[in-house]
Design a protein around this ligand. Structure first.
Ligand code: NAP
Ligand code: ZN
Length: 352
């Protein structure tokens, strides 16, 4: 065991502050990574403030962060995929049993014995896992991704969660040239969804509550932008979407979006507000609409997404911050004031 500098929150009302955390000594399968950047996901905020208490209560202290990129500093004796100096990433998962049906199907995110990067029981050290707002991390090589060298590192970090979370359902539901795809919410996930759907060749429509994001949405790859509070603008799109991706982090009316699907169209939820939605039967039965959900993606698909992003030169639009600004970043994220992902420069941990 060794100590690593990190930022943690002591309770749901405490700010994140400097601390040191234990990391395990390398097992033969482990990769040790010096973290250079870590993206700030809205899930970090939900977890730090214990907003998901009903589903996954937060254990304090919590060290969030699951959009991790950095360099390999050491590898265990049985590691074959990585060597010292490699550019790598870690997303939301750090372990799974690799033997269940989900794992065998490359869907580790559904493994009953999966371990999340933070706030999950840590079978090596006891307590819970600590995430990427830290100097370093030790992870089983299966859960380490290769980050293509042509991508800017600070801007590539968000691909490890926001990238895969949007890529996976866009691919699964066949978003491609000739399809009309909607993205609800232009935040971290949403702006990656726009870029990826555009790169897949779809006609992309952004739904936003923030009229001032209109120009950015078009620059990011949208073909049209709808201010969702404008009912007339919404109704123009009735019965027209093949697919809509809902990335909104707070409770909202999904019936007004289900109505916009064409017959057999799909609306997939990736946003994770803690409160339940109300769904009118008529929003689904009329048009045989499908309402579904999706959570990140498997390791193989995450690597595929990184390679796709490298090929299309896609990364997040990031505002790089020192870790000392993370609490301010959370307050801004809570107000939908992120353009469009915060990426923490971990070199700033030196300053305490
Ligand atoms: P984010 O950067 O804060 O973006 C969320 C966006 O939703 C905001 O920018 C805003 O966009 C819109 N929004 C916020 N409050 C709203 C409200 N009350 N009504 C309507 N729209 C609202 O968050 P994120 O990091 O993209 O994460 C989004 C959600 O996805 C979170 O709940 C997060 O926990 C979840 N998530 C899920 C997965 C998964 O695997 N399923 C993975 C990562 C994150 P506009 O300003 O454009 O309206
Ligand atoms: Zn995330």
């Amino acid at each position: 065991m060794y100590q690593s500098k990190a930022y943690s929150a002591a309770s749901k009302t405490s700010p994140l502050t400097a601390t040191t955390i234990p990391r395990r000594d390398l097992t033969e399968r482990d990769v040790q990574i010096e973290i250079q950047f870590c993206g700030v996901c809205h899930s970090d905020l939900h977890a730090v403030r214990d907003e998901w208490n009903e589903f996954m209560p937060t254990v304090y202290p919590i060290v969030p962060g699951h959009e991790i990129v950095g360099h390999v500093t050491n590898v265990g004796s049985a590691v074959t995929k990585y060597k010292r100096g490699d550019l790598v990433g870690v997303g939301c998962m750090v372990d799974s049993d690799l033997t269940c049906n989900a794992c065998k199907a490359d869907l580790e995110q559904f493994c009953p014995n999966g371990v999340l990067t933070y706030n999950a029981p840590d079978k090596h050290l006891g307590g819970v896992t600590y995430g990427g707002y830290a100097e370093s991390i030790v992870v089983d090589e299966h859960f380490v991704l290769r980050v293509p060298a042509n991508l800017n590192l600070a801007a590539a970090a968000p691909l490890l969660c926001a990238g895969i979370t949007t890529y996976s359902p866009l691919r699964r539901w066949g978003v491609t040239k000739g399809k009309k795809a909607g993205i609800i919410g232009l935040g971290g996930l949403g702006h990656m969804g726009v870029k990826i759907a555009h790169a897949l060749g779809a006609h992309v429509v952004v739904f936003t509550t923030s009229p001032d994001k209109k120009e950015d949405a078009m620059r990011l790859g949208a073909d049209e932008v709808v201010v969702s509070r404008n009912t007339a603008e919404m109704e123009k799109h009735t019965d027209s979407f093949d697919f809509i991706l809902d990335t909104v982090s707070a409770k909202h009316d999904i019936n007004s979006y289900l109505k916009l699907l064409t017959h057999d169209g799909n609306l997939t939820l990736v946003g994770a507000p803690p409160e339940p939605f109300e769904v009118a039967a008529f929003s689904l039965i009329t048009g045989r609409h499908i309402l579904s959900g999706s959570v990140i993606g498997g390791i193989r698909e995450t690597q595929e997404m990184l390679d796709f992003c490298a090929e299309h030169n896609l990364t997040a639009d990031v505002e790089v911050i020192p870790i000392q600004k993370v609490n301010e970043a959370y307050d801004r994220m809570a107000k939908s004031d992120v353009k469009y992902r915060f990426s923490i420069d971990m070199a700033s941990l030196e300053a305490g």
